[in-house]
Design a protein around this ligand. Sequence first.
Ligand SMILES: [Zn+2]
Ligand SMILES: [Zn+2]
Length: 805
Amino acid sequence: MPVGHWHPVALTSLETASRAAVGARGDPDDLLRLLLNAPGRAARLTHVERVPARQGVTADWPAWVAPALVERLRASGVDLPWRHQVSAAEHARAGRSVVVATGTASGKSLAYLLPAVTAVLEGTATPNGRGAAALYLSPTKALAADQLHHLSELAVPGLRAATYDGDTPMEERDWARAHAGYLLTNPDMLHRSLLPGHPRWAPFLRALRYVVVDECHGYRGVFGSHVAQVLRRLRRICAFYGAAPVFVLASATVSDPATSAYRLVGLPVEAVTDDASPRGAAVFALWEPPWTSRRGERGAPVRRTAAAESAELLADLVMRGARAVTFVRSRRGAEAVSLATRRVLAEVDPALPGRVAAYRAGYLPEERRELERGLRSGSLLGLAATTALELGVDVAGLDAVLLAGYPGTRASLWQQAGRAGRAGRGSLAVLVARDDPLDTFLVHHPEAIFGQPVEATVLDPDNPYIVGPHLAAAAAELPLTDADLALFGPAAAEAVTDLQRRGLLRRRPTGWYWTRPERAADLADIRGATGTPVRLVEEGTGRLLGTVDADAAHSAAHAGAVYLHQGETYVIRSLDLAESVALAQPAEPDFVTTTRDVTQVQLLGTDRSQEWGRARLCFGPVAVTRQVVGFLRTRVLTGEVIAEVPLDLPPRLLRTRAVWWTAPEDVLTAAGLAPAKVAGAVHAAEHAAIGLLPLVATCDRWDVGGVSTAAHPDTGLATVVVYDGHPGGAGFAERGYEQALRWLSATRAAIAACECETGCPSCVQSPKCGNGNTPLDKAGALRLLGVLLDDVSPDPTGSSAERTS
Ligand SMILES: [Zn+2]
Ligand SMILES: [Zn+2]
């Protein structure tokens, strides 16, 4: 059936027809019972949430939609659009930028295809055949390739669509530039190729009516801030050619999508959030792996890894004939889960291991098609996948989804869970907690997942470290005028002066000019790299494998590091910082490496502050000195630390932003902390707080760092600092400042929820602690956070964690 890959909406009708054939295999309650049906399993289930089914609401095709498009959509199985698709399309058609933020498989693509394809088809009537054009942006090449594939299967007569990315051959690039009405690319290409070479794209840009920003919730943090500036450059160049495209954004379900979209594109954006697509009843289980007999650092008890636990659950599902995907955060993890699942299955039936596979980024479109076909036909039952699968692979009709660890945001959680039961059938999702404070908190506080709006997408396009390079790139594209500066935000004026001072821009009566021989666009690496990159060279062959960001080299490419590059694993033999080169050797170790660093923070000023009862909460610029002092070798599947190796690397300086709180003497006394106990209490609170920040900011635990002292030299008080790990900040620490009550309440609840006695990786131990997780005082941290929070918000039940802001 050729339309199989197309649209979730199309699949609904197809799958309904074939539902009888699927049978009761996928009943979610049956599957959950199956998972619980083994000794000791019942105690691991911490919560079951039942999400009721929802009826779909359709709307009529708007009268303006091109008849050829309606006909092709009908032929592919879409009889009528869902109401939210039409609402979003109507906004776009009326010239209002719009973001559609609805669930996985709710058919967001129709929201932009209706206006964009209609406009492009209408434009074919003009003499040059391209009176209107649409630009589609996706965060990955894979997603753009899939979209093109869907479009070609839809086969709308007269629609000329093409992808334009790093893999596009030269002659196809020329064709795309000259003829494509619907161009699919990514922000990287826009930044490096399309915008710097805009004169060659003039006919396309002049005709540009719609810019589609797909998966826009992915544009967060530093990357999102860069993309926001790239889009401002695009708007300026379009205006030069007389075009003012309407933006249509597609997002996962997030809080306040209109605000995030506004920050991303810099224009007012309407939001459509009322999901009118049908949904089958879902059962969502929260699962905490058992303690093992193994002892971790400082004798701490450790739980079984989410990877090992998920492999066992996946094997059970596969044995039952259910189709299931396990989402794992790392490639190495996905491969380990697949391998462990096969091993379990091999003991049961030699035919079963062949029905489980691993999936990760970097697969070719044909390979993805093959996996899709396998899952659909049932020849493949189990898949262990990285989040790459969230984008670009259409796996409809899964019976169950296992999440090996919280994926970092509730948006991703729902996105991944939504992969099951897409066709309106019932489905099972299981979140298996990892050994860290955030996961511990979530499996014991289901209301933080199910009773909360999904978090907002955090980005900070006004970071001067990000604005500067894009102003240089903009000036190279077209001289920059005073009037242009407003477009680039409040940091632009100072940034342009700075570029002038550094001799990168030259002021002339008609504006600022880029006068240097090098490419201005090279100043900004939109994926967040800074400094002179370290070259990664294969030992023996001298082959250049790629580059690593200078700042990341210390933690990712030190001697002994296990390094993943385009799906291949290497072990770094040596890192020469003077020459900016690292020698790598292909290898297949069964361990991963994690660095540990020691950190000092200098508080440079206070931008915002508030009294917090007797304590004080601040946000402002900081100078962070970080030094990687060693690394751990950890087994992928068991989490067992097999070695700790010291490293001798120089400290690095990072200027960024931080949130910090200070606790005066009387708070410490109230918390029953004698002077000798303060360091352990603030250290434990700091570790847990870093772990919990992703709950309120869309960051990863690795995007932020922290430091704590019993008496900080800049405050003279017990101080806990949590900083953004990117130059200039990425908005995460600021979010922590704004959401401090919710953040620290959750931090306290996470520590309290852990059953260990004196601290473990599930609560206050941190894998990246440069001080070997000592001193740590779990009970002291609980009392200290208790006093801080009760001062601000006296609440005997401690339920302040669940209050929305
Ligand atoms: Zn613990
Ligand atoms: Zn530490």
